[in-house]
Design a protein around this ligand. Sequence first.
Ligand code: AMP
Ligand code: GLY
Length: 432
Amino acid sequence: MGEEGSDFVKVLVIGSGGREHAMCWKIAQSEKVDSLFCAPGNGGISRIAKLVDIKAGDINGLLKFARSNSIDLTAVGPEVALVKGIVDSFQKEGLRIFGPSGRAAMLEGSKIFAKQTMKRWGVPTADFQVFSDHKDAEKYIEQSNFSLVVKADGLAAGKGVTVCRTKDEALCAVKEAMIDKIFGASGDNVLIEECLEGEEASIIVISDGEAVVPLATSQDHKRALDGDNGPNTGGMGAYSPAPVVTPELERRIMDEVIYPLVGGMAKDGIRYKGVLYAGIMVTDEGPKVLEFNVRFGDPETQAIFPRLKSDLVELMERAIDGDLKGITVSWDKRSCVCVVMASGGYPGKYEKEKEITGLDAAGKMKDIVVFHAATRQSRGRYMTSGGRVLGVTGLGDGIEAAIKNTYKAASKIKFDKMHFRKDIAKRALVMR
Ligand code: AMP
Ligand code: GLY
């Protein structure tokens, strides 16, 4: 961070997970920053930012804090605040904030809006139907003769998508969303789409509404257990770069997905500013979009930022100012791996308040950063406070070296019933 003074900025990061720790860690390295706040943050973040006890969804509280503390720049981690329109609220008060407007954030907030936007601008995606009445959805499922994916329209904490192998599974998913309302109003409308086959990849870019800069490629591991087995989670690890996204595939995704979407939305009167994360299925017919997120990925960000040599604050400022054109972003050529250490039982029921040991020993290792996702500091000790607790992150010359370095650091950390995957980034070795 730089010296205190008028040219330096006061930054507020919103959120409390591993992604937000990585954002704070990278922002704190900027020469432009003189003070850093995080709301609500976590135990690890408290070492580099002042924690502010306001929840990420409390837009009025955050607005009041930013106003009374003369915050110059706010960066938003989680989608909920973005979909609620935090960017519009801050802008109305003349406060600078990095992220898409509430209308633009509908790309993640409503899967139906995302599909209709893609259709209008010719962005490739699976064929789909929209239903607001469960009887119509059931009739459609009974008549269809291919595998289907049922999606609740609104936000569902990553749980609103069911890939169905049988008609019964699809009928059950419709019942849960539309009749049992397990996702609340997010399931009032559902999408039913064709099931795509292929390799999954993702691309994360920063957009200023016109110009777009891709970040380094990355891939996450969503399943709880080794070999991509077990239940879905928020992400058990990630690595960067991801060999599945070849330079040619990246170019195709930019040309066929990102530019038509950002350009099309601008023609619709929606300038997309902020992070855009496209989840893609690489099919025989080419890349097709599975979903959009309007924020940095978690834990992808933890594997991307240690490789980012450029100033993140400058990137965010230029995106806000519509000035990304011509920017060069430089990257560390080394590979980066992030292994998530989770509480026993996660993603199901788990216990909290377990003491974590070995953090200093791991953190002191060369080219290692331990990002905290759910910890709390208590009299100099760190306690677990959620399901995904830490993201142990390491760099290495090549993916093999990065894997070795990261797992060596992970082996130093302990807490009761801790579990983590032993095969993070192994897929990158197979794909080379
Ligand atoms: P989403 O939240 O839309 O990314 O969906 C979560 C996961 O469901 C994706 O990462 C894919 O693995 C899977 N998925 C979503 N849509 C489809 C589809 N049309 N065909 C096959 N798999 C899908
Ligand atoms: N790791 C997937 C996501 O952030 O949505």
